[in-house]
Every structure is written in structure tokens, then in C-alpha cells.
Design a protein around this ligand. Structure first.
Ligand SMILES: NC(=O)c1ccc[n+]([C@@H]2O[C@H](COP(=O)([O-])OP(=O)(O)OC[C@H]3O[C@@H](n4cnc5c(N)ncnc54)[C@H](O)[C@@H]3O)[C@@H](O)[C@H]2O)c1
Length: 328
């Protein structure tokens, strides 16, 4: 089976993709500086502890492993932090990606799967949003990903590489077998925060904005189970290895749930009535963000199996309970 080099494979999404690749028999090597990742999360293949910006170490790891393709998850991901510290985001996400692309070019590796984000669309004019919608990011995090996508377009046009850019919507949940899940203590995503509030690890959960033009006044997002997203990566890899051309795909279910619906699901699944605080709107939250995912379903035959809010929340809840007794 082909070899795959995975940056950020010790992180939340990367570790689930490493697991999916390992289960299918791919040979995997994770490259991660563990700034937010956990070595225990890497269930398959080796782990090189290194930074994207350590060009020598990165080059050594790539040239020794000689992968058929690279999957690039390593990045900083917290939107408000990117607003407060833009340079940190441009250095890690843009410069880090340039460092990776240079090392790939030097080592003759020309296939890449890139972790992009719905944040590149900013506040979309039409929802469900399609891949050809204008890119109008509204924060440095989104800009950093849009810049890398532009670099990839240019490199692909120059015939140097073939890539798939996956624009994730709201990734949530944990491995259905309970082995791994979100390990960041300071995670900022709603499903994780709600299950941690239910587990008593947080005193309450805050809802930001209750006066949006949505049926219950709270923001609506497209939550995608992390294992369905992992499968999208495996399919993208198979597509590129079969000679597929560069492509961009949205990754979401095409169905939105409000913040209150997620909270209700968490309370029901955990059977705990945790405290919810209602606060003002945050800057830059679009009211409605839902993917049009027809393209990835049609082109790659992606068929999600956990397309259900309660199932997503259940997996996250199971993981939170296990995490209470695990090292990470
Ligand atoms: N979580 C989401 O909902 C979401 C949504 C859209 C896009 N994404 C993208 O998915 C990717 C993974 O996100 P995640 O939620 O798993 O985050 P994460 O923080 O759990 O994982 C990122 C991993 O990259 C590593 N890393 C960061 N900078 C590095 C560097 N300079 N060198 C080496 N390793 C480095 C971290 O240690 C960590 O293991 C990111 O690129 C993110 O932008 C995530």
C-alpha cells in the first residue's frame, strides 16, 4: 500500500485520518511538533516530532520516508486568537505550508491533500455554499488558508503538483470505537464544549447571540462527524493516486443545526441539564453556514455514515467520559 506523510497527525482531525489510513493498510508517518497534538493519539505508523518551520528536519523526514502523497493538517486553528495574533497565524499556516511545499518539491513528492476550511468563504451570499462561491475570509485564520489555496492553484497550474483541498465545515465527534477524540484541553468547538459541560468539566456553556435571523435566533452550522471527514481524505488520496487532477471539495452534510439544537442534543444524550449562559453576538459569526456537498458526493462517491446530530454528540460524549480517566 502507498506511503502517506501526515503533518499534524497527532491532532484531533489528523489522528482520526491516520487511524482510517492505518486501518486500510496504508503506511503512515506523522510529522508533528505536538504544540496541540498528543503522541498517544497516533495509533498507526511512526511519529517524527518536528516543526514545519524546521526545514532541515522536515526535509530529512520526507526524503527518508519517500511518500506517494502528503496530507497537511498542521496549523493553528483558533479564529479569535488569529485576530489578536495575526502574525502567529501567517507564520505557522502560510510559511509552514510554504516550507512543506518546498520540501515536497525537493523530494519529488507531488500529491497533496490540504486541510482548508469554510472560513475561506467568510459570510457567504448564498447558502448552501458551493465551492465556486467567492472567497472573502473575514479573519486572519481564514485568510491564511485562502492564501495557501492560492499557492496550490499556482503550483498546480505550473504542473508541479496535484492537490485536493478539502474545505471542512464544523468538524465534531470522536472515533466510534472510543479509541481517540478531541484531546485539546482548551478546545473551542461547540460539541466538545457542550459534552464537557455535561461531564462537569466546565461550569457552564455560553451561547453567543440569540437574535440572529434563524428560527431560534442562534447560529446554524453544518456539523460533520470526524470519521466521515477521515473517509473523505481516504477517497481524496485514492483519487490523486489514480491520477486525478487538482480539485476543491466542501466537506459537510448540507444540513444545519442551531447552537440550541446542539445543546439540546448534548443534554439528551448525556441526560444532564448543565447551565447555559446567553451572551451577546461575537464579531464575525455568520448566522448560517451550510455546505453544498454535492460535488464530493458525485466526484468521489463520498457517502457519509454518521450524518446525524445525536450520533455525533453520542460519540463525543463517550469520548469525554473515557477521557476523564485517560492520560490525555
Ligand atoms: N477542527 C475543525 O473544525 C476544523 C475546521 C476547518 C478546518 N480545520 C483544519 O484542520 C486541520 C486540523 O485541525 P484540528 O482541529 O485537528 O487541530 P489540532 O490543533 O488538533 O491539530 C493540529 C496539529 O498540528 C500540529 N502542528 C501545529 N503547528 C505545527 C507546526 N508548525 N509543525 C508541526 N506540527 C504542527 C499540532 O501539534 C496538532 O497536532 C487544521 O489545518 C485546521 O485549520 C479544522
Amino acid at each position: 500500500m502507498a506511503k502517506v506523510f501526515v503533518t499534524g497527525g497527532a491532532g484531533y482531525i489528523g489522528s482520526h485520518v491516520v487511524k482510517a489510513l492505518g486501518e486500510k493498510g496504508y503506511e503512515v508517518l506523522t510529522y508533528d511538533n505536538l504544540v496541540t497534538g498528543h503522541p498517544e493519539a497516533v495509533l498507526y505508523g511512526g511519529l517524527v516530532i518536528g516543526d514545519l518551520l524546521d526545514t532541515r528536519r522536515l526535509h530529512e523526514a520526507l526524503s527518508e520516508f519517500q511518500p506517494a502523497a502528503v496530507m497537511h493538517f498542521a496549523a493553528h486553528i483558533v479564529v479569535p486568537e488569529s485576530v489578536a495574533q495575526p502574525l502567529k497565524y501567517y507564520v505557522n499556516n502560510v510559511q509552514g505550508s510554504l516550507s512543506l511545499l518546498s520540501a515536497m518539491a525537493e523530494c519529488g513528492v507531488s500529491k497533496l491533500i490540504f486541510s482548508s476550511t469554510a472560513a475561506v468563504y467568510g459570510v457567504p451570499e448564498h447558502v448552501p455554499v458551493q465551492e465556486d462561491a467567492p472567497l472573502q475570509p473575514i479573519n486572519p485564520y481564514g485568510h491564511s488558508k485562502a492564501v495557501v489555496e492560492q499557492v496550490l492553484r499556482d503550483m498546480s497550474a505550473a504542473k508541479g503538483m496535484d492537490y485536493v483541498s478539502l474545505r471542512y465545515f464544523n468538524v465534531a465527534g470522536a472515533a466510534r470505537d472510543g479509541k481517540i477524540g478531541e484531546g485539546k484541553e482548551d478546545a473551542t468547538h461547540l460539541v466538545t464544549l457542550a459534552t464537557r459541560a455535561a461531564a462537569g468539566r466546565r461550569p457552564s456553556l455560553s451561547v453567543f447571540g440569540t437574535d440572529y435571523p434563524t428560527p431560534d435566533g442562534t447560529c446554524i452550522r453544518d456539523y460533520i462527524h470526524v470519521e466521515d471527514l477521515a473517509e473523505a481524505h481516504v477517497l481524496s488520496l485514492e483519487y490523486l493516486l489514480a491520477g486525478g487532477q487538482s480539485e476543491i471539495f466542501n466537506c459537510g452534510y448540507g444540513k444545519g443545526y442551531s447552537v440550541l439544537e446542539v445543546i439540546e442534543a448534548a443534554k439528551k444524550v448525556a441526560d444532564v441539564d448543565f447551565t447555559v449562559k446567553y451572551e451577546g453576538r461575537r464579531l464575525g459569526d455568520p448566522p448560517l453556514l451550510v455546505a453544498d456537498s454535492q460535488k464530493i458526493r458525485g466526484r468521489l462517491g463520498w457517502t457519509p455514515v454518521s450524518d446525524d446530530l445525536e450520533r455525533i454528540v453520542e460519540s463525543a460524549w463517550r469520548w469525554e467520559q473515557k477521557r476523564a480517566t485517560s492520560k490525555w
